[in-house]
Design a binder for this molecule. Structure first.
Ligand code: KG4
Ligand code: ZN
Length: 336
């Protein structure tokens, strides 16, 4: 079965055709990042307008690259939540129009479920159950993936998401948006033990995260140094910050895996591109004799292919939306 998938939850307009949840037939992404860079972060109104301008052509392009027309497609998948509401509405309304005009079923997709599903494309052998760390610009979740459409969050951030913390720290160091990518690169040449940074833990919630204190610690370090006219070594600072964030993520994720008896650990979301996170989790999985999976780099960030991958399994489970489908800014991953 072939599904056309549409994604517009943040600053990428994307469309893809995916076969049986596992094979990309085509995938087109239009990124707005260069424009948002000017403002140091995503400007929601601009994001919606850019989606509106290019969603039709991106979708046409995805069908053209696949050498298919809507007649060859079995369903239309669209990200409906969570994300920037104005941005989501563009994709949802466009997909509803396509479904109305073609008579094809409409399948609403949760953005974080699709990030997890990126792994089904990279790893043809990967099947639930597994434990997944979903880390993006807006979320940091430890998720039990019991089945393709049966998921449960067992830990999450109490404040900032990991990606958000990386971006804010990077911005304080003068890097442009999205700073997480640059911070990761610069950290490669730094000493991760140069600066002592906190490792926040949450009492009585061993799988939850908190990154705001860590972010404040680094911002204070930078401000104090600049008031004294000192310049801090950016590579060392980046490496120390990256180590602190990754240690918090790994420590909770590995404890959850051990406590709950999972032998398959999976990474997902934009931050799963982080070199140190990938390497540290590999070490832990090797040590514990667990299977370890992460998405290929091109599928870590937002894209349409992952939406089509999850869409196939949602379709099989019977999930459908009517033409009154609305976009939702925030909704739990468990929601049926
Ligand atoms: O999943 P994603 O593309 O969008 C959301 O759903 O939020 O994640 C984007 C986030 C940004 O915060 C970006 O800085 C972060 O992922 N990111 C990284 C790396 N690559 C992307 N953070 C740390 N290291 C990276 N290599
Ligand atoms: Zn995302």
């Amino acid at each position: 079965m072939k599904f056309l998938a549409i994604e517009s939850s943040c600053d990428e307009t994307a469309a893809a055709v995916v076969e049986n949840g596992r094979k990309i037939i085509s995938s087109i992404i239009a990124s707005q990042v260069e424009e948002h860079k000017l403002y140091g972060g995503v400007v929601p109104e601009i994001a919606s307008r850019r989606h509106c301008e290019c969603i039709t052509n991106i979708t046409k392009e995805a069908l053209k690259e696949a050498h298919l027309t809507l007649k060859d497609i079995d369903g239309i998948c669209v990200t409906y939540a969570p994300g920037l509401i104005g941005a989501l509405l563009v994709g949802v309304n466009f997909a509803k129009g396509l479904s109305f005009a073609s008579g094809l079923p409409l399948i609403p997709i949760h953005h974080l479920r699709s990030h997890i599903a990126a792994n089904y494309i990279t790893h043809q052998d990967l099947e639930p159950p597994f434990l997944c760390l979903v880390v993006s610009g807006g979320h940091s979740h430890i998720v039990e993936v019991k089945d393709y459409t049966e998921l449960r969050v067992i830990g999450k951030t109490r404040d900032d998401a990991a990606g958000e913390a990386f971006d804010k720290a990077a911005r304080a160091m003068g890097m442009s948006y999205p700073g997480g990518i640059y911070l990761d690169k610069i950290a490669e040449n730094g000493n991760p033990d140069a600066f002592k940074l906190p490792r926040p833990v949450i009492n009585n919630a061993p799988y939850d995260f908190s990154f705001s204190g860590l972010k404040t610690a680094i911002v204070n370090l930078i401000h104090n140094a600049s008031q004294k006219g000192e310049e801090l070594p950016v590579a060392d600072l980046s490496a120390s910050f990256r180590k602190a964030v990754v240690e918090c993520l790994i420590s909770n994720f590995v404890s959850a895996g051990r406590d709950m008896g999972y032998k398959k650990l999976v990474l997902a979301g934009g931050v799963s591109a982080n070199r140190y996170l990938r390497q540290r989790l590999r070490e832990e999985c090797e040590k514990n004799n667990w299977q370890y999976y992460y998405p290929e780099l091109k599928l870590c960030g937002d894209n349409g292919a992952m939406v089509g991958a999850q869409g196939y399994y949602e379709f099989l489970s019977g999930k459908r939306a009517m033409l009154d489908l609305n976009a939702i800014a925030s909704i739990p991953i468990e929601e049926k």
